[in-house]
Design a protein around this ligand. Structure first.
Ligand code: ZN
Length: 237
């Protein structure tokens, strides 16, 4: 049967692999979240484009309303024009002419507003086209970022698979109970089950170790655990 010292030497090698497996696992698990972030960021960039589009629709609707209004005014003018001949007095006639002139002035104002609206639509359309080009670039960039992440994820998964195979081979000679203990701690302690004593502290949780514990670890007759984080301790000068 292997000595504790020999087992710990093997665990030191395995721990390096296990830390890498753990970190790669974290990386892989964060990929879906990061992809959602990239998509959200792109959606956010689209909001300005959507606003421009809304503004264009709103302005065009405003033009339609004003054109309807113009039509009504034309109708009013035609009606009043028709009534002009029926005016009995000069005063009535003049009053009617003034009324018609007033409506025509309103029409002129509306027509001016419509022209301004069209200018605005043209400006907004130009801005929209520029935004569209910018967005196409952003979308390409976002897709590229997603692709790279997904590829990195696949590579990481493949690496994890290789490392797991490797660790099983390396672990083979380790005493069964020690192997079990190591695996249990590994699962509970963020991928780190074996730590070096750091001065007088646990290299995992920095707990100040009792001198007796440090002595036990140095002797290496048994497996000694940190009293706080329960990781396996080893000593290295
Ligand atoms: Zn500890």
């Amino acid at each position: 049967m292997a000595s504790v010292k020999e087992d710990v030497e093997i665990l030191k090698k395995v721990q390096i692999l296990d830390k890498e497996i753990y970190d790669l696992g974290i990386f892989v698990s964060q990929i879906p979240e990061r992809i959602v972030e990239i998509e959200k960021e792109f959606e956010g960039k689209k909001s300005h484009f959507n606003l421009l589009e809304e503004e264009i629709i709103k302005t065009k609707l405003g033009v339609k309303d004003k054109e309807l209004e113009l039509g009504k005014k034309d109708g009013e003018i035609a009606k009043l024009d028709g009534q002009l001949a029926q005016m009995k007095t000069n005063k009535e006639y003049t009053a009617m002419l003034e009324q018609i002139a007033g409506i025509k002035a309103d029409k002129g104002m509306l027509e001016e507003k419509i022209l301004l609206d069209w200018d605005n639509v043209e400006k907004l359309n130009k801005e929209k086209e520029e935004e569209k080009k910018r967005l196409a670039g952003d979308e390409m960039k976002a897709n590229q970022q997603k692709k790279v992440l997904e590829e990195d994820g696949r590579r990481a998964e493949e690496k994890i698979r290789q490392l797991k195979e490797e660790r099983i081979n390396i672990l083979t000679p380790v005493t069964h109970e020690i192997k079990d203990l190591y695996e249990k701690i590994l699962a509970k302690r963020e991928g780190v089950a074996l730590v070096k004593i750091d001065g007088e502290n646990c290299g995992g949780c920095q707990f100040l170790l009792r001198p007796q514990i440090i002595n036990e670890v140095r002797l290496q007759e048994n497996i000694t655990l940190c009293e706080r984080c329960t990781r396996i301790l080893y000593y290295e000068a």
